[in-house]
Design a protein around this ligand. Structure first.
Ligand code: UDP
Length: 375
């Protein structure tokens, strides 16, 4: 069986790594070719994931990035269609909710090539969010929807997607956490030294790990300032009587650009900044941190998988089960005091309590492979 996997953005490289491992473990039964749209293109956001996680080099690279959603999606659609016409794979596989996901699904569907969507059924119910628009559309295009959670399955059913198109596979991010978490622990010193973060490696100094990159936060100066003010306050004064925490912020290129243009650089002074980190270093820091503060979908979940409480600076999340069990708490991104209150609350969580198995057993890729073979 020949599949074409379309990726373009950082979280998709990580998911593809988990699946590519399962594919190669099965020998030559499935031949996978990777198409990289170019949505994330620089070394820190793209290349380092391919080399570090052993993802097969892309057979096709469209080099499309930097434009508007519409322009990018249109150009990707055309480029992917061309590759599909030449290669005629048995299926096209896409992950998550980016413009690359939608363009891949649409191109294949028009050519009657079966579409497989991994991480299907998630909903934030915020119809203005670009990711939500992509999610809803791709699930309706897909012939096979691999849903990570029970709530994802329920969303798909509620939207009228037939049961035979839905598989509750578990979450490939749980596979990634399992596959790369232990390796990261073993390579802790090397990983932290190369990121210039020796102090964090031992986990003996309390620190907060933060990531901010979502457009609704970075492109809104009020929100971006409120979030950075909360992080700076924790780094200078601590939270409610606790000593200050080191706050580590790996800076997404978009966030860095907006901080510069809104002239918010002074708020970064108390923080420890790094360029975007490799996945292994990231997993290790998620594991060692006292708290994660993020607006990332993937990082919320990884914090839980690594046993670290989280504050999500968004008004809604697709990963509702994390709110229900208390490991994650939403905080209004425009309210500095509210964010600090949420951080205080999450820092008080008993991290020794057992965690429910919300995202499967870490073998979602195996389940996905088995179902792919039936296509
Ligand atoms: N990530 C990483 N290095 C970083 C920041 C994030 O490897 O400096 C990883 C993170 O561990 C997660 C993924 O990137 O697996 C999340 O990507 P992102 O936050 O860009 O997207 P989202 O999950 O919100 O779609």
């Amino acid at each position: 069986m020949r599949i074409l996997t379309v990726v373009g953005a950082r979280p998709q490289f990580i998911k593809a790594a988990a699946l590519s491992r399962a594919i190669s473990a099965m020998g030559n039964v499935i031949q996978e070719q990777i198409l990289h749209t170019g949505q994330h293109y620089d070394a820190a956001m793209s290349d380092q994931f391919f080399s570090e996680l052993g993802i097969p080099a892309p057979a096709f690279h469209l080099g499309i990035g930097g434009g508007s959603h519409g322009a990018n999606t249109g150009r990707m659609l055309e480029g992917i269609e061309q590759v599909l016409l030449e290669q005629r794979p048995d299926a096209l596989l896409v992950y998550g909710d980016t413009d690359s996901t939608l363009a891949g699904g649409l191109a294949a569907s028009k050519l009657k090539i079966p579409v497989v969507h991994v991480e299907a059924g998630l909903r934030s119910f915020n119809r203005h969010q670009p990711e939500e628009q992509n999610r809803v559309l791709i699930d309706h295009l897909a012939d096979l929807c691999f849903a990570p959670t029970d709530s994802a399955v329920a969303h798909l059913r509620r939207e009228g997607i037939a049961d035979e198109r839905i598989v509750r596979s578990g979450d490939v991010m749980a596979d990634a956490a399992r596959l790369f978490g232990e390796e990261a622990e073993q390579r802790a010193n090397e990983l932290m030294t190369s990121a210039g973060l020796q102090v964090m490696a031992g986990g003996n100094q309390p620190f907060v790990l933060a990531t901010i990159h979502r457009a609704e936060n970075t492109d809104d100066p009020v929100r971006l300032e409120a979030i950075l003010k909360a992080l700076a306050a924790v780094a200078i004064k601590g939270v409610d009587g606790h000593d200050p925490y080191s706050v580590l912020l790996p800076l997404h290129p978009r966030t860095k650009a907006r901080i510069d243009s809104f002239e918010l650089e002074h708020l970064l002074e108390p923080l420890t900044l790094t360029p975007p980190l490799g996945f292994m270093a990231m997993v290790l820091l998620e594991r060692k941190a006292s708290l994660v503060v993020t607006d990332s979908g993937g990082v919320q979940k990884e914090a839980f998988l690594q046993g670290t409480p989280c504050v999500t600076v968004r008004t809604e999340t697709e990963w509702v089960e994390l709110l229900e069990c208390g490991w994650n708490l939403l905080a209004d991104p425009s309210d500095t005091l509210g964010i600090l209150k949420a951080m205080h609350q999450q820092l008080a969580i008993d991290i020794k309590q057992p965690r429910p198995q919300l995202y499967g057993d870490g073998y979602a890729a195996k389940e996905i492979m088995a179902n792919l073979m039936q296509l």
